[in-house]
Design a protein around this ligand. Structure first.
Ligand code: PBG
Length: 331
């Protein structure tokens, strides 16, 4: 283009009509990209709201099939399960995580029976089960790595035996992916997949999730000695490299929106299935603005999820999964 002449490159031409906008669109969000995290609770006939996550509910097992039915109808590929352990079952060591009849295992068996085609993702970490709210075992106020890996490996086997398809360690201990992979293989569970929370930051955005689980008030201190410093990105690539080397099939970056740069780097460097977690705090922020009438609901949901795809994510764990799938269906 010559300076001083009227532009002959006009980028607005392709934006002029819907048909060209559709033709030149670089990324597309589909239902195949969605993973729906759900909270399960003990008791019967129990559906409770999570105050800081409007629209998100904790449901008891007898209500679980009805709760998940819409996701099955919408053909959402996978669910991520989070159990709320009754306080009396939480202890220093997270013993309940190894119970083959834990809420998590019962939920997995029920869902596998009712919805065999939906993939089940099991979060591996001790925080739903410990009286101190940390993801591993504590000694002298410090989360100790190797003994934690041992119990997390047992937890993973327990979940896999109950029918969890994808083990998703979110604990950030060193070496846990290799240990879990070896243990699964030794049990003949070669096909159980591992989605590593490879890059998980010590983030303020998990607050509402901890409310949902009831682990927030219990948490002593913070998780900075095992979750990553939000200021780092080279370290994120080292985490991913190690987890892949140890046998992870897929990796995750978490939180999502404040860390799109990390998603992009991971995808570019490793070209492996990479997932983003649009975490509870992101959901809470967006919902608060929607409820105040400050943001348009449908457009904000779809734009926030499309951004993950554009950054390079293969899929997104999102509390908006049902809403997004419905919006995509309506076109
Ligand atoms: C447990 C775990 C957390 C989340 C997923 N798995 C919380 C934490 O590490 O404290 C957060 C998810 C969310 O905020 O939506 N290790």
């Amino acid at each position: 283009m010559t300076i001083g002449r009227f532009p002959h490159t006009r980028l607005r031409r392709n934006r002029r009509d819907s048909f060209t906008r559709r033709l030149v669109r670089e990324t597309t969000l589909t239902t195949d990209d969605l993973i729906w995290p759900i909270f399960v609770t003990e008791g019967t006939d129990s559906v409770t709201d999570v105050a800081s996550m409007p629209g998100v509910r904790r449901v008891s097992l007898d209500r679980l099939a009805a709760h998940v039915e819409p996701a099955a109808k919408l053909d959402i590929p996978a669910l991520a399960l989070f159990p709320i352990t009754p306080t009396e079952l939480r202890d220093e060591k997270g013993t309940e995580a190894l119970n083959p009849d834990s809420l998590m295992c019962r939920a997995a068996r029920l869902l596998k029976r009712e919805f065999p085609e939906i993939g089940l993702i099991g979060d591996v970490a001790l925080d739903p089960y410990t009286s101190h709210g940390h993801d591993g075992l504590i000694e002298d106020g410090y989360v100790i790595n190797d003994p934690s890996v041992k119990i997390l490996t047992q937890q993973a086997l327990n979940q896999a035996a109950a029918g969890i398809d994808i083990i998703a360690p979110s604990d950030m201990m060193d070496g846990r992916i290799g240990s879990i992979r070896q243990a699964l293989d030794a049990q003949g569970m070669h096909d159980t997949r591992i989605m590593s929370y490879a890059v998980k930051y010590a983030s303020a955005f998990y607050g509402p999730f901890r409310d949902a689980l009831g682990s927030g008030g219990l948490l002593k201190g913070d998780k900075k000695t095992y979750q990553m410093d939000p200021a780092n990105s080279d370290e994120a690539l080292r985490e991913v490299a190690l987890d892949l080397d140890e046998g992870a099939d897929m990796v995750m970056v978490k939180p999502g929106m404040p860390y799109l740069d990390i998603i992009q780097k991971v995808r570019e460097r490793f070209a492996v299935p990479t997932f983003a977690y649009q975490v509870s705090g992101e959901y809470a922020m967006i919902m608060a603005a929607i409820q105040n009438g400050w943001l348009d609901r449908d457009r904000t949901i779809l734009e926030s999820l499309t951004a993950f795809k554009r950054a390079g994510a293969n899929g997104v764990l999102t509390y908006f999964a049902l809403d997004a799938a419905r919006l995509l269906l309506e076109g």
